[in-house]
Design a protein. Structure first.
Lengths: 131, 396
């Protein structure tokens, strides 16, 4: 089954997202990183993420925007600039409803934009379309 | 001050008794009478002082009157001083010619008649006094002008100060705005946690809870929702306040129909919304207008007598390049004393128990329309309904 990578620093939000995924009966294996730099390291298979068996390449990334160290928008841009990551589905999950954030995320190439908290319907839709 | 002004009168004669006699005649003019006993002394005096007039004896030892007058005329400082010759001689043509060309303005024959002498001197004294007063006035005007220039400079400095201060304040305000924006934004995270965990309890733990505790839990959820709406409205308001926008032609007709079709609360409420005719295009910002229109429609649906079907009529009026769009409802209406305050931020007419709201919706409408260079307004009959309007420039 395809892996979903969750990039989120808030433990509460991680818990709510896991619950919603469970409620949506999405049983794909989940991987978790807690800041933007970890997300980039994970994608490059650097450091702790060197073992691809333990840390498989994700098919879908659920990406928060307000992240420590490297922001979600920067992660998004970094991934979209690299040909090797083509085809990875990135869904932004942010608390920001700002038109400017939504527009920028789309311009940088996210596949969908969800406002927190993620609902069961939205998650089902995401998986149905992309997995 | 000019009343006390005195001018100088110079009397030149080599005979002391003549000077005494002149002084006796001129005393009553009440001016400064200065004596000179020779032409040379007279020249020294005119170097020291200004004189209104010079009385000059023609027949003097040493430098005679004609020579003295010529010397006085040669000097820049004394050139303009009128000279009256006093002479005991018969007036010969040659003498008069010499005297006038040396600068005399008049002749008096000795022995002179006191009244005539005094009257002639008085004329020159008056002239000099007038000149002095004029000079004083000119000085005063110059001082006034200088003062005005000074005041102007002070004003300009004050203006600059004010401008600086206003710039500083503007900066502070925008700093505060972005500060309050990020605080409001950050407040949503703990709120989401409260709401989320309350939901978890509602989903997982309901059977273990007494009915009373279940009610409390629902109150937590309702409170969190209200708080979320409040923060969202504050964010929208501050976003509207901070945005600098470009005005574009907006298809009001399409926008209004789209909002009516797509806003779920419009469907749920069973409201009847009628758009009369085709609404003209206006100059505005589409997302701001969307916010305004949905706030106005939302209010019209919300503020009805419970159980009554909300009815809304939307129509436009064109007048001199402006478009006024009316949103008329059959709601509860607004008391006249509240009409003026209804657009103020956080102003609410009703308690939370009767009508939910944050008191920001109409502030957002006003701020947005203001940003788009337009106006808002309302007319209302209590118990019959309200008519809100927004007015914007018509798009060409």
């Amino acid at each position: 089954m395809k892996t979903i990578l969750i990039v989120e620093d808030s433990l509460d939000d991680i818990y709510f997202l896991q619950r919603a995924l469970l409620a949506a009966e999405i049983r794909n294996p989940l991987q978790l990183v807690r800041d933007g730099q970890e997300a980039i390291d994970y994608m490059e298979g650097r450091g702790n993420f060197g073992d691809r068996a333990a840390h498989p390449f994700p098919a879908v990334i659920i990406l928060d925007l307000k992240l420590p160290i490297v922001s979600g928008l920067e992660v998004l841009k970094w991934i979209r600039e690299r040909e090797v990551f083509k085809g990875i589905v990135i869904s932004v999950l942010s608390s920001s409803r700002l038109d400017s954030d939504v527009a920028l995320a789309h311009r940088l190439g996210c596949n969908s934009y969800m406002v927190k908290p993620a609902t069961v319907e939205k998650l089902r839709e995401l998986v149905k379309i992309h997995l | 001050m000019s009343e006390n002004l005195k001018v100088n009168v110079l009397m030149v004669d080599d005979d002391e008794s003549n000077l005494v006699a002149l002084e006796a005649v001129l005393q009553s003019l009440n001016q400064n009478l200065i004596r000179a006993r020779s032409g040379e002394e007279a020249l020294r005096r005119v170097l020291e002082k200004d004189f209104a007039v010079i009385l000059l004896d023609v027949q003097m030892q040493g430098m005679n009157g004609i020579e003295t007058a010529a010397a006085i005329r040669e000097r820049e400082r004394s050139r303009h001083i009128p000279i009256i010759f006093l002479t005991g001689m018969l007036r010969t043509e040659e003498m008069i010619f010499k005297g006038y060309s040396a600068g005399a303005v008049d002749y008096l024959m000795k022995p002179f008649i006191p009244e005539v002498l005094r009257a002639k001197i008085d004329v020159f004294v008056e002239l000099a006094l007038v000149r002095l007063k004029l000079q004083e006035e000119i000085e005063q005007r110059k001082r006034n002008a200088a003062e005005i220039i000074n005041l102007n400079m002070e004003l300009q400095a004050k203006n600059r100060e004010l401008q600086d201060r206003s710039n500083q304040l503007q900066e502070m305000v925008s700093e505060l705005e972005s500060y309050s924006y990020s605080i409001s934004h950050d407040m949503r995270a703990p709120l989401r946690a409260m709401r989320g965990f309350a939901d978890v309890l509602l989903e997982d733990a309901l059977p273990q809870l007494s009915e009373e505790h279940q009610r409390y839990l629902r109150k937590i959820v309702a409170g969190a929702n209200r708080m979320d709406q409040l923060i969202r409205d504050v964010l929208t308001y501050s976003q509207v306040s901070r945005s600098r926008l470009e005005l574009k032609a907006v298809d009001m007709d399409g926008l209004v129909h789209q909002i009516i079709e797509h806003y779920p609360e419009n469907q749920e409420s069973g409201a009847s919304i009628v758009v009369e005719g085709k609404l003209p295009k206006v100059m505005g910002n589409e997302s701001m207008l969307t916010q305004c229109i949905s706030n106005l429609i939302g209010n019209a649906i919300k503020f009805v007598v419970p159980g009554q079907q909300p009815k809304i009529w939307i129509r436009a009026e064109r007048n001199k390049g402006k478009v006024r769009v009316w949103f008329e409802d059959n709601g509860i209406g607004i008391e006249p004393e509240n009409l003026a305050r209804i657009f103020g931020i956080f102003f609410k007419v009703h308690s939370m128990d009767r009508y939910q709201g944050t008191g920001i919706g109409l502030s957002i409408v006003q701020k947005s329309v203001d940003k788009m260079g337009g106006k808002v307004g309302v007319e209302s009959d209590v118990g019959r309904g309200s008519k809100f309007w927004i007015e914007l420039k018509e798009a060409a």
